[in-house]
Design a protein around this ligand. Structure first.
Ligand code: SF4
Length: 391
């Protein structure tokens, strides 16, 4: 890709040249779904579907295959590590394309709810794994290799039944914490982007609908994509959407194939009106010359454009960049300009993770000072924005 920073943002300030909230918006209930629009098809021009037999035969699998009638269906034994698809670090052009042109259908075998305690109380077993976008710092592809298109799990009903049992076992939340005052918060999108998944099938809709029956729990997911179809789901306050934002100049360089930051911010009011709780992820914070001014400008922009109804309920997570040596080496092959800001050895320290990968993060003192600076910027420019946690 020549200039990945412009892959999604054509400079018009809208996604793929269309105003996402105007193009077949689900807001007008009854209009055409956004997922059938040209813009959605451009993000996901699916040509190949690798499917486990049981997944392909399931009702959800059949719906997905019917949505993409031109796609060739290839039977695979397992959705995990498909030879010739996953991995392939050396062929970057191909794996960025694969993210849009290929889907994998599988059944989720392991249903584990993991404790978290930072962004959410619990990490739910996701209904997907992988992403059609290609942010240069993304940690999601690390386990499957870099060509990591979306795997959709077709047994979402089992995930929901498992969550129902887990929530029932917890009982009411005994005390407020940084995740939420009243509800147990479940992150439903740890390894992908639920807004993009909703372009493929109703897994996200089913989860949003499930959570509205559970008054002691709340779903939560981070997103960099504005999907107006979500506005029609009537979440009744039981789903928190966390729009990730960063200075637009950083986003144009690093967030490949995503909705422009201004569009994510513009969407916040519509999502609140539609019954979502809307928070912001100030993430990742990337230290580079001029970063303080850029974040100050972004926070001022949030203060200028967001209506009181969004500000009243908003909160934020602040997450400093973590990076990874293998990803750094891969990125040098396709997007070296991103590495000019992501890879800063004089500011970063290495840490070997459990799987042997070398992760890097800002040195303790650098990070502590940056977090203090960012908190001060929030206090100054957007004092209504409560920082739930900064990490
Ligand atoms: S949107 Fe999220 S999951 Fe998708 S590539 Fe970007 S960071 Fe990764």
């Amino acid at each position: 890709m020549d200039d990945p920073s412009t892959a999604a943002d054509d400079g018009s300030g809208t996604l793929f040249g269309l105003d996402a909230l105007g193009a077949g918006s689900a807001e007008d209930h009854g209009g055409p779904a956004f997922r059938d629009s040209v813009a959605a098809r451009r993000l996901l021009p699916v040509r190949e579907i690798h499917a486990e037999p049981a997944a392909a035969a399931s009702p959800r699998g059949r719906q997905i295959i019917a949505r993409f009638p031109e796609a060739r269906v290839i039977t695979v034994d397992s959705h995990w590590r498909i030879p010739g698809l996953h991995g392939n670090e050396g062929n970057v052009e191909r794996w960025v394309r694969v993210k849009g042109e290929t889907l994998v259908l599988g059944e989720r075998k392991t249903l584990t709810v993991r404790p978290n305690g930072r962004s959410a109380d619990w990490i739910a077993p996701g209904a997907s794994n992988g992403c059609a976008m290609a942010c240069a710092y993304c940690y999601v592809p690390r386990r499957k290799g870099y060509a990591n298109p979306i795997t959709v799990f077709t047994n979402g009903d089992r995930i929901i039944a498992h969550l129902a049992r887990h929530i029932r076992r917890q009982g009411p939340k005994p005390a407020p914490n940084q995740c939420d005052d009243d509800a147990w918060v479940y992150d439903i999108g740890e390894n992908g982007d639920c807004s993009v998944d909703a372009l493929i099938c109703d897994n996200t809709a089913d989860l949003v609908h499930a959570f509205r029956q559970w008054p002691i729990a709340k779903a939560s997911f981070a997103t960099k994509f504005v999907n107006p179809d979500l506005l029609a789901l009537d979440p009744r306050g039981r789903t928190r959407v966390r729009f990730s934002v960063m200075p637009p100049e950083d986003s144009r360089l690093l967030d490949v194939r995503t909705s422009p930051v201004a569009e994510r911010i513009r969407a916040a009011a519509d999502f609140v009106d539609a019954g979502y709780e809307v928070h912001f992820n100030l993430s990742p914070v990337v230290i580079r010359p001029g970063w303080q001014k850029a974040w100050g400008d972004l926070l001022r922009h949030l203060d200028d454009v967001l209506p009181a109804g969004v500000k009243r309920q908003a909160a934020a997570e602040v997450i400093m960049l973590t990076h990874n040596r293998e990803l750094h080496e891969v990125n040098l092959g396709w997007h070296p300009r991103a590495e000019d800001v992501l890879w800063q050895p004089e500011l970063q320290q290495a840490k070997r993770s459990e799987n042997g990968a070398v992760n890097v993060r800002y040195r303790n003192r650098v990070k502590a000072e940056a977090l203090e600076t960012l908190r001060a910027l929030v206090g100054h420019h957007a004092p209504w924005l409560r920082v739930r946690y900064a990490f």
